[in-house]
Design a protein around this ligand. Structure first.
Ligand SMILES: Cc1ncc(C[n+]2csc(CCOP(=O)(O)OP(=O)(O)O)c2C)c(N)n1
Length: 516
């Protein structure tokens, strides 16, 4: 068996390839973006950049209904967008193995929050596997397909930036054969109407003991004997930290959820003190506190409740405070590139003098930084237009919403229709640079290339806006500053919903795609 160095994202992708998947769906988002990109580049498996995470989940669910295996990947906040189909998919169940690979981002290196996806798995009552290195990332992903088929449930593979963006050795295995298509009707199980929901929920609840039984079979969670009366409970990635910091102490390794309380009690028996290590929220620590009175972790104040578990709090917790301060890598926060078309747009917007500018998520969010300081708010993807409607409806004049092209297609369109339908007076600026620049220049649906870089039809942003019923749509190159300022002024001054599309490709597009 060949052993190679792989990124965590690539290890997850490889696990899915080895499991014989037939399709991959995703919407880009750090730290999970490269999972689909690896499969697109290194296999013949069809892949799609879906319009958003909800669509990605639904397409994947459709694939699973045909009895074939499917991988759906996204970043943690993407699961908020996909939460509606996700929560009911566990009731209906799946057919072909369905693995949902979610990349969490403790430390919010590239995200709008630090939410912990393990709660989503618990919420939907499905199993969640949490690898701790590249080897387990690959192996767990592959096994997750088996578990998914055995239970008839989607299985989540939760990992974090630190694992996904680090290299570690991975053993390559055989690639399984793709399954045959087998699509059959079964209304009681496939149609979530009130009449079916209670029996479906009953079935889901009955699967819970089987989940524990199956997870036990693979030893995802196990006690590693050690010396002393202090024990460590280490979840996922933190298992490697525990081995490095205190390998002589007894360790309970947790890499799958839900956890078996019998195993937990067995571990706690006879221990005077327990240390709980977990990236994210104190999910396991809360449970451990029900069974033991001396628990150290995030809730005791020994470890921070926010951010990633870095060396400093961990060394302090294990009494290894170094006198010498740890060498720090200089922070390199993102900024708008020199020559970025978004810069020119913002200069024009500032000249047009809006009263309030609602922002969205993408490279253009960086327009909030000095010297431009051109944005007043940023909440989540697709929120700019809704926020602008709310503000304008309270009588505030000259309100502008700024949204990227990918973000507009992801979740901006319903809010634009809302603005028209509810007679808002706002200016909507769509910053069209042809790609999802922030996450690595993935093509958007109006660029004309698929995730596999095959030619495809282009959707037309202006026509979409017109079809939504807006009062005017103007498309301008942001390098033509006077024209841009005048269009923005008109949009701010006139009643109704006005759209200005600032159109100039990202400076990296020509280099990456050899087409503009
Ligand atoms: C729900 C959700 N999904 C994915 C992301 C990751 N993400 C951040 S910005 C962005 C899109 C940016 O593309 P676009 O709107 O075209 O703006 P650009 O970066 O090209 O300026 C994505 C996908 C996110 N923050 N939230």
């Amino acid at each position: 068996m060949e052993r190679v160095l792989m990124l965590g994202t690539d290890a997850i992708a490889r696990g899915a390839i080895e499991a014989g998947i037939s399709y991959v769906t995703s919407y880009p988002g750090t730290p999970a973006t490269q999972i689909l990109e690896y499969i697109a580049k290194n296999s013949n498996i069809p892949c799609e950049w879906s319009l958003n995470e909800k669509v990605a989940f639904e397409v994947a669910y459709g694939v699973s209904l045909t009895g074939r295996r499917v991988l759906c990947s996204m970043k943690h906040v993407g699961l908020n967008v996909a939460a509606d189909p996700f929560m009911t998919s566990s009731y209906l169940g799946v057919r072909g193995g369905f693995v949902l690979a979610v990349g969490d981002d403790p430390g919010a290196y590239s995200s709008q929050n630090e939410q912990d996806s393990r709660f989503y798995a618990y919420f939907a009552k499905i199993p969640c596997l949490e690898p701790y290195d590249g080897e387990t990332a690959k192996f767990y992903t592959k096994i997750a397909f088996e578990i998914s088929e055995e239970l008839g449930l989607p299985v989540m593979v939760r990992s974090q930036t630190r694992l996904l963006h680090c290299y570690s050795p991975v053993t390559l295995g055989e690639i399984e054969k793709e399954k045959e298509v087998n699509l059959t009707k079964d209304p009681q199980h496939l149609i979530a109407i009130p009449k079916h929901v209670i029996p479906l929920h009953k079935e889901l609840n009955a699967k819970q003991s089987k989940i524990l039984e199956i997870l036990k079979r693979y030893n995802f969670n196990e006690i590693i004997a050690g010396k002393g009366k202090t024990g460590i409970i280490a979840c996922g990635l933190t298992f490697t930290y525990a081995l490095e910091l205190a390998k002589d102490l007894p360790i309970l390794k947790i890499t799958a959820y839900p956890i078996d309380e019998i195993l937990l009690k067995e571990f706690l028996n006879g221990l005077e003190e327990v240390i709980v290590l977990e990236e994210g929220y104190p999910l396991i620590e809360k449970l451990v506190r029900c069974f033991h009175s001396r628990v150290r972790g995030k809730l005791s104040g020994d470890l921070p409740l926010e951010g990633e578990l870095g060396p400093e709090p961990l060394l302090r917790l294990f009494g290894r405070d170094t006198k010498k301060p740890l060498e720090k890598v200089p922070p390199r926060p993102p900024f708008l590139c020199p020559g970025c078309p978004h810069r020119e747009f913002y200069k024009a917007l500032l000249e047009a003098k809006p009263n309030f500018v609602t922002g969205d998520i993408g490279c253009y969010t960086l327009g909030c930084l000095p010297p431009l300081s051109a944005l007043d708010t940023c909440l989540c993807m697709g929120a700019s237009i809704g926020k602008a409607i709310g503000i304008a409806k309270q009588g505030v004049k000259r309100v502008a919403a700024v949204i990227g092209d990918s973000t507009f297609l992801h979740s901006g369109i319903p809010a634009l229709i809302d603005a028209v339908y509810n007679k808002a007076d706002i200016l909507v600026c769509i910053l069209d640079n042809s790609v999802v620049a922030m996450t690595g220049h993935q093509p958007t649906p109006h660029f004309g290339l698929t995730a596999k870089l095959e030619e495809t039809k282009k959707v037309n942003l202006s026509e979409i806006c017109k079809a939504c019923g807006v009062d005017s749509v103007t498309k301008i190159d942001p390098y033509k500053k006077d024209e841009m300022v005048s269009a923005l002024r008109k949009g701010l001054e006139n009643p109704g919903v006005h759209v200005v599309i600032s159109r100039r490709p990202c400076i990296f597009v020509a280099k990456k795609f050899k087409k503009v």
